[in-house]
Design a protein around this ligand. Structure first.
Ligand SMILES: [Zn+2]
Length: 201
């Protein structure tokens, strides 16, 4: 595969990204611009419906990931992947035998997120951490800074300087660094460690 990693040498964690965004806040659509520049060489994915959980983790890693329509045929799903320049990730071997699947589809084991991530790390030079938590987990939309009004939606103890709030402009969900964030981050860190063999904290 000729997929290159996200911007090489960039090793921003979530807070770095937030600070970077704050520095760029005067630019039009600052978040979109930054994500595009950092992620332009990263692989983009379309997950079949059996891999919905993996899709959330790919989005958590900041990777542009959509989910197939449940009622779509294999041919329609493949067409969507081709039209949008995405790799189709599937747990269904049947779709890999489709004539349009060559060089477009990656079959993953069903069930284990860790195994799925390991296969992807073997196929792509994925950086699981550098762009973590820059996309909505539900609809893939790049996140923006939350307004004070959005901040009212989160628990008071989450409104801390280290817990910069981000919001999805599509579904209005507000994201903060709570227990769910920490659980997902731990998973991403373990995948990064497995991929690099160097370990991170
Ligand atoms: Zn959203």
């Amino acid at each position: 595969m000729d997929i290159t990693p996200t911007a090489s040498g960039n090793n921003h964690n979530f807070l770095d990204i937030v600070l970077l965004l704050l520095c760029k806040i005067k630019v039009n659509n600052p978040l979109l611009i930054i994500i595009d520049s950092l992620m332009e060489s990263a692989p983009r994915f379309l997950c079949d419906v059996m891999l919905a959980r993996l899709a959330r983790y790919l989005r958590a890693a900041g990777l542009d990931t959509t989910l197939a329509i449940e009622s779509a045929t294999d041919a329609e799903t493949l067409r969507e992947a081709i039209d949008e320049g995405r790799w189709l990730l599937t747990a269904d071997r049947k779709i890999t035998e489709h004539k349009a699947a060559k060089g477009r589809v990656i079959q993953l084991p069903f069930g284990s997120l860790d195994l799925q991530a390991a296969v992807l790390s073997g196929q792509f030079d994925i950086d699981w951490l550098s762009h973590a938590f820059t996309r909505c987990l539900i609809d893939n939309t790049p996140l923006q800074h939350a307004t004070p009004e959005h901040a009212q939606q989160v628990p008071e103890d989450a409104r801390q300087p280290e817990g910069e709030l981000l919001v999805c402009s599509a579904c209005n969900r507000v994201y903060w660094r709570g227990s769910h964030f920490k659980r997902m981050l731990k998973k991403l860190e373990s995948w990064q460690e497995a991929a690099t063999g160097t370990g991170r904290t």
